[in-house]
Design a protein around this ligand. Structure first.
Ligand code: ADP
Length: 542
């Protein structure tokens, strides 16, 4: 017997329809690429998205066409996403921090037929356009006054192109499992792999992530997605915010501490989300300027492990709650979030930070387990760590073009490539990427735990740990440190700070001081590069 309920396909453009109807006047503020702060609302975004869809249709773009975007977080970028999807196309966010050759490779792999590009990134498109055979339209996200005059490319001005459509258009209709968006993982090892979101998965992900113990945002909040739309589906915020009718404040191209602070303050932002490196810059700015964060209530930090010292500073100095989150492009991307269950509600001080250092627990819609190398499931005891595997309606079932098959098993479990443990209350803690973990005498050492501990030292700006070859133990940890400006801690200072806080055999064998630590295009420490830099390093213990 089947239920007698209506078929109501979960299509992304229904989210912007809803936002326009119920929250049509809600502000969407953006720091524009041209400079000034601009203001629009969900009603206008829907109107312009409809015109964008109509113009794409008029230009012959069809169901399933991949359409790239190379743009910052702005209202224009948002309306373009909805316009592409509403015409049955697939938005494909490109990460401008990749090398141009990588971007060209990704565009060819995806078969992108058009691109919407911010003025800032036009030089990238100019460098690679002739290498992307499928590309037939380049639309610059600006008005006539700001259009470049001397480009060798055939460029279309977005505002004029949009103005030529009257908006008398009905969203296309199709199955909810139709592709809606694409995002490639950064591919620190091997080629980048394409993740393809469906309308259904994006809508379900937004429903999952707006739960109170997940992002928990509501119509009366002002939220700033600092995490770029080109990074892991913008953590779903381009769907979650209109779904709940929250005000959105887009930071555009300026991510430095002062610019972020300015918007947090003037737009009275109550909720924001970004990777730790962004918050390092903001906290440094606040420290220098003596400014405070009176409006901000919550900050979600993920993408790499949130250092304990950062959580402590936000909470104790600025009165801002930290929600530590973990996810990945393949998971749309949210996987776990660190809201405190009743079991932990009364904790304070170090005991609370111990829980917040974990990446949190999975909301409804995300299943997870940890297994050993033989695929035997490990107990949830907060200690035994192994490969973290996940499944759910917003988790990838394959990569575009069939790459990386070995990461998916017959029961739909996706091997995240992360190493983690889960405690008795369901809180997961990442201890490493499988490829970064240090194998010392057959036992595993977590590089993330060591890094977290080292950055707790007051004179340390940033820390990275890699395994270095050792004749007796196979590999031993080397701690690599950037010192805070004007500080000069010694190796002994740092090691004695760590002593007693970790197992003796986890203690790094040496400390190297550097001026710079390489980062990937999504702000993670580039361990492959560090391992190359220190390939000939001889440990004093070797
Ligand atoms: P990319 O791989 O393209 O850089 P992703 O955002 O998809 O982008 O990366 C996902 C990976 O980032 C996860 O598998 C995990 O290793 C790491 N990660 C994300 N959030 C956290 C976190 N809170 N703590 C530790 N690692 C994290």
């Amino acid at each position: 017997m089947l239920g007698l309920m209506q078929e109501w396909p979960l299509l992304c453009h229904k989210i912007i329809d809803y936002a326009a109807q119920q929250h049509g006047n809600r502000d969407v503020v953006s720091r524009s690429i041209e400079g000034p702060i601009t203001r629009t609302n969900y009603g206008q975004i829907r109107d312009r998205a409809l015109r964008c869809a109509q113009a794409l249709d008029r230009d012959g773009f069809k169901l399933g066409d991949r359409i790239a975007t190379l743009a910052w977080n702005t209202a224009r970028h948002t309306e373009v996403w909805y316009g592409i999807m509403g015409n049955g196309g697939v938005y494909h966010t490109l990460n401008p921090r990749l090398f141009p050759e990588q971007i060209a490779w990704i565009m060819n792999h995806a078969g992108d037929s058009a691109i919407f590009v911010d003025l800032t990134f036009l030089p990238i498109v100019e460098a690679i356009a002739d290498q992307v055979k499928s590309l037939r339209k380049i639309i610059v996200l600006t008005d006539e006054a700001h259009m470049p005059k001397d480009s060798k490319l055939d460029l279309v001005c977005y505002e004029s192109w949009l103005a030529a459509a009257d908006g008398d258009f009905t969203w296309k209709e199709f199955d909810e499992n139709t592709a809606a968006g694409m995002c490639y993982t950064s591919g620190t090892t091997g080629d980048p792999k394409g993740v393809v979101y469906s309308h259904r998965s994006n809508v379900l992900h937004a429903l999952i992530s707006c739960q109170p113990d997940a992002l928990g945002i509501a119509a009366n909040e002002s939220i700033m997605p600092v995490v770029p739309m080109f990074h892991a589906n913008a953590w779903g915020i381009a769907f979650t915010a209109p779904m709940v009718g929250a005000k959105v404040v887009n930071p555009g191209a300026q991510m430095d501490g002062e610019s972020i602070y300015e918007l947090l303050d003037t737009e009275k932002v109550t909720f924001t989300a970004a990777v730790p490196t962004v918050w390092l810059m903001l906290l440094a700015y606040l420290e220098e300027s003596g400014k405070m964060l009176p409006h901000l209530n919550r900050v979600v930090i993920g993408g790499s492990a949130c250092p304990r010292a950062m959580t402590q500073k936000f909470q104790d100095v600025y009165g801002v709650d930290v929600v530590h989150a973990w996810g990945m492009t393949e998971m749309s991307p949210l996987g776990t979030l660190g809201a405190l269950k009743p079991e932990y509600a009364d904790l304070s001080g170090d005991a609370k930070l111990d829980i917040q250092e974990k990446q949190g627990y999975a909301p409804f819609g995300v299943e997870m387990k940890v297994t050993d190398d033989e695929n035997i499931e490990l107990p949830w005891d907060g200690e035994k760590f192994g490969r973290l595997k996940v499944r759910g309606p917003a988790v990838a079932s394959a990569y575009y073009g069939g790459a990386g098959e070995e990461q998916f098993d017959d029961e739909n479990w996706f091997d995240t490539g992360d190493v983690a443990h889960i405690n008795e209350n369901g809180y997961m803690q990442i201890t490493d990427r499988a490829k970064d973990v240090i194998k010392s005498g057959g036992e595993w050492i977590s590089t993330i735990d060591l890094e977290n501990l080292a950055v707790g030292h007051p004179d340390v700006q940033e820390a990275a740990v890699i395994g270095v070859v050792h004749p007796k133990w196979d590999e031993r940890p080397l701690l690599i440190i950037i010192r805070k400006e004007g500080k000069d801690p010694s190796k002994d200072d740092i090691l004695s700070f760590m002593d007693g806080k970790i197992a003796k055999w986890w203690m790094p064998d040496d400390v190297a001081f550097v001026d710079e630590i390489p980062h990937t295009a999504t702000g993670k420490i580039q361990k492959t590069e560090l391992r190359k830099q220190f390939a000939d390093y001889t440990l004093p213990t070797a």
